[in-house]
Design a protein. Structure first.
Length: 223
């Protein structure tokens, strides 16, 4: 296991480093926030241990900067600040765990091992694209061939569901469950009505049709 330790208290750092060395782990220790940020970007670690109170860049700001740089390595905070709000602030900043000082190394080691075993985080999906149609999941915008298309919230959910299942046949039941959260058939034409509205906005004014009816099965979105 490769561990980055960002800790300005030399006694605590020595305790962690010597214990990790005894277990055969590889580690790097830096004593300030700026060095911690550079190490987090330049090296490939399995987990990071970061103190809350650091010179230069404080721990909260450091973790936020690491996450903003799209570094998904698991992080555990070390801190003498043991209030509920302190823990919440640490986790909301982007840390995965929070351990209060003083601590036993056996507990820190167990938490590090658990974090290192986690599967790597996947980059959050923010956009969907099919041919010249692009959907921004953050801004909730729909653009086709450079033209912004206004859709209602339910139409947006329907379009996202279809695009996430592009090249597949999606049934009426799948749409009722995935878009309307209905786990029963309401015996209405709500799906057909919304598909029709969406087609008028997405396909009608363009040469290439993207939303297709699969007779007797449902719908499919493809080029």
């Amino acid at each position: 296991m490769r561990v980055l330790i960002v800790e300005d208290d030399q006694e605590t750092a020595d305790y962690i480093c010597s214990s990790l060395r005894e277990l055969g782990h590889v580690f790097e220790h830096v004593a300030d926030g700026k060095s911690g940020f550079l190490s987090a970007l330049d090296s490939d670690f399995d987990v990071m241990v970061i103190d809350r109170m650091l010179p230069g860049i404080d721990g909260l700001s450091l973790v936020k900067s690491i996450r903003s740089a799209d570094v998904a390595t698991p992080i555990i905070f070390l801190s003498a600040m043991d209030g509920i709000n302190d823990r919440v602030d640490g986790l909301e900043a982007g840390a995965d765990d929070y351990l209060v000082k003083p601590f036993a190394f056996s507990e820190l080691s167990a938490r590090l091992t658990a974090l290192a075993r986690r599967p790597p985080m996947q980059a959050e999906e923010t956009k969907l694209q099919l041919a010249d149609l692009e959907v921004d999941l953050i801004k909730h915008t729909v653009v086709r061939a450079g033209i912004t298309i206004q859709v209602q919230p339910r139409e947006f959910r329907l379009l996202v569901f279809l695009m996430r299942n592009a090249e597949r046949v999606v049934t009426r039941t799948m749409l009722l469950e995935g878009v309307w959260d209905f786990h029963f058939d309401p015996k209405t034409n709500v799906v057909e009505t919304h598909i029709s509205r969406l087609r008028n906005k997405i396909d009608k004014s363009f040469d290439r049709q993207l939303i297709h009816t699969v007779r007797g099965s449902g719908y499919s979105m493809h080029v």
